[in-house]
Design a protein around this ligand. Structure first.
Ligand SMILES: *Cc1c(COP(=O)(O)O)cnc(C)c1O
Length: 346
């Protein structure tokens, strides 16, 4: 078997790589697609999980970032900036480090999961906490590029969406066809947009004979697309999708429309219950936002005997606080065999 060379080499012919001769890569992509037996049984369908937490920085954001940083570097940029709920900053910081570039990340104070903050710090980014939410962080990131020679690497940067199309290519290449339904969490709505572009591009080129229905899920407390209006104070335990004014709102609606799909809401309780169920029953620990995709499938059901892929966007280790808080603390025993035997006999 040949060695995986990263997304820009493996899928270069499908991407707009003009100007890039030296990709900046951490060998992202090529993530596992796992058949979820118990979930399939529960839903009466064939359900796969796309494990995006297996990417180098633990989320799908690496797909767009290898592209955005490669392009920025090729264009001579020395510094990049992003506003982030956490994973974009982790990916930007890592790829900037690999490229020898500086990185500034703007995150909402106190609203980013611990693991993500640790990553941005360790990769050497200039981390700035903003007194405000993600939407404010993003607009500041946009604005600073008008004052300083800095390149923005949020998904308003089209290179991000371009790189994220590779998720769809990998699914079709692994399954031999497109799924009937693609289920995906929606925050800034860049990923649902990217997957749809990837599927339609492969379809147009004859690589896939069908197209999936795109099913997006927002958290009920941060569901602007579902509600049809901006949400000024989005609130959800799923911090990666705590977004009130998605940058890719319009293209996401197009994806839904063209694919005869839908964007619907799931509550925090539904998200957390799908999240721990996945870990218990499928052995997959994703982050809370990722579980919105499975929460939606469980809430709304799927047509019988369809093939469904749920995209699990990020790794559970990113958010240890929510995990530890949601469970009871492990028992503590005296270090004797009797105490252990007695405990296990209960
Ligand atoms: C960024 C992110 C999302 C949301 O993706 P969008 O492209 O913003 O819709 C979902 N889950 C995780 C783990 C993320 O990092």
């Amino acid at each position: 078997m040949s060695r995986w060379r990263g997304l820009l080499v493996e899928y270069g012919e499908w991407l707009d790589l003009r100007g890039v001769d030296q990709p900046v890569t951490l060998l992202e992509g090529n993530t596992p697609l796992i058949l979820a037996e118990r979930l399939s049984e529960r839903l009466g369908a064939t359900v796969y999980l796309k494990i995006e937490g297996a990417n180098p920085t633990g989320s799908f954001k690496d797909r767009g970032m290898t592209m955005a940083i490669s392009k920025a570097k090729a264009a001579g940029a020395q510094t990049v900036v992003c506003g982030s709920t956490g994973n974009t900053s982790a990916a930007a910081a890592a790829f900037a480090a690999k490229a020898g570039m500086a990185c500034v990340v703007l995150v909402p104070e106190g609203k980013i999961a611990l693991g993500k903050l640790a990553q941005a710090i360790m990769y050497g980014a200039e981390v700035v906490q903003i007194r405000g939410n993600f939407d404010r962080a993003l607009s500041l990131a946009r604005e600073i590029t008008q004052h300083l020679p800095i390149t923005i690497v949020n998904s308003i940067n089209p290179d991000r969406i371009e790189g994220q199309k590779t998720g769809a290519y990998e699914l079709v290449d692994a399954l031999g066809h497109a799924p009937d339904i693609l289920s995906i969490p929606v925050g800034n709505a860049g990923n649902i947009t990217a997957y749809w572009r990837g599927f339609t591009q492969y379809h147009f080129a004859g690589r896939a004979t069908s197209l999936p229905k795109m099913w997006g899920f927002q958290a009920a407390g941060a569901a602007p697309i579902v509600l049809g209006h901006r949400v000024d104070d989005p609130e959800t335990v799923a911090t990666a999708i705590r977004i009130g004014n998605p940058a890719s709102w319009v293209p996401a609606l197009l994806a839904i429309d063209e694919s005869h799909g839908a964007i619907r809401a799931v509550t925090d309780d539904e998200i957390l219950s799908a999240w721990s169920w996945l870990a218990h029953e499928e052995g997959v620990f994703c982050e809370p936002a990722s579980a919105a995709s499975v929460a939606g499938l469980l809430k709304f059901g799927v047509p019988a005997e369809t093939t469904v892929v749920a995209v699990l966007t990020g790794n559970g280790l990113k958010d240890p606080d929510t995990a530890v808080k949601s469970a009871s603390a492990p028992v503590v025993l005296d270090s004797t065999i009797d105490a252990l035997m007695e405990h296990l006999a209960r």
